[in-house]
Design a protein around this ligand. Structure first.
Ligand SMILES: [Zn+2]
Ligand SMILES: [Zn+2]
Length: 215
């Protein structure tokens, strides 16, 4: 599988496209585009590479990761795939915008079409991403793992040298740290971690250097 990242919106969200090189089927993960310029950057990449978007997946439903959800749903005619435990956040995008004092036109409630759960496999051609539930940043946070290509898309669970904040509704630092230790740090050292914000890292590096995961 190939992967491409974009950095969108004022929160600097990483939006990812993962695709199958032989079939050109593609998944978009956390569409953060918030204006026509960012939408054009995205659609140009998709058409230049002759990709067909077959999945729209969110690692979680915080507002910064969903600015572009309506655009992707309509433009590519795909339904949202996410974990049910974040449904309350998807339904409350207007309130989330208020909480962050955003002056944006009201965002409609999100409807989850495919309810993702632990160990689900999302097929992209004959390749797949596996769902790993790691709650704590939000109750429905998931990580998408490719055991074959040795990478994972970690949303706001795990960052380069840091972990997700846990002071938002439904957050739990204990749960987050336990989940990272028990489900992510057991993966091979060379697994590349593509986070929701900031640069990529590896599981091997985080196991040795991430100060939140010691003790
Ligand atoms: Zn978040
Ligand atoms: Zn975020």
């Amino acid at each position: 599988m190939k992967i491409k990242s974009f950095e969108f919106n004022l929160f600097g969200v990483n939006t990812y496209v993962v695709w199958n090189e032989s079939t050109h089927e593609a998944a978009v993960i956390d569409p953060g585009m918030e204006n026509v310029r960012e939408e054009a950057i995205f659609t140009d990449f998709i058409s230049d590479n002759n990709l067909k978007i077959t999945h729209l997946i969110n690692t979680h439903l915080h507002i910064d990761h969903t600015f572009g959800n309506d655009f992707i749903e309509q433009h590519y005619n795909v339904g949202l795939e996410a974990c049910d435990d974040d449904d309350f956040l998807g339904k409350a995008r207007a309130q989330q915008a208020q909480m962050f004092h955003l002056r944006i036109s009201p965002l409609s409630p999100l409807q989850i079409s495919v309810h993702l759960r632990e160990s689900d496999k999302i097929s992209i051609g004959d390749e797949y991403l596996k769902v790993i539930e790691v709650p704590g940043h939000s109750p429905g946070s998931i990580v998408l793992y490719s055991p074959v290509d040795h990478f994972l898309i970690s949303g706001d669970v795990l960052f380069d040298g840091s972990i997700g904040r846990t002071d938002l509704p439904g957050g739990s630092q204990r749960q987050l740290i336990d989940g990272i230790r028990n489900k992510l740090l057991i993966l091979p050292d060379d697994t590349v971690v593509y986070p929701g914000h900031g640069p990529s890292t590896t599981i091997g590096y985080e196991r040795l250097h991430n100060p939140y995961l010691f003790g």
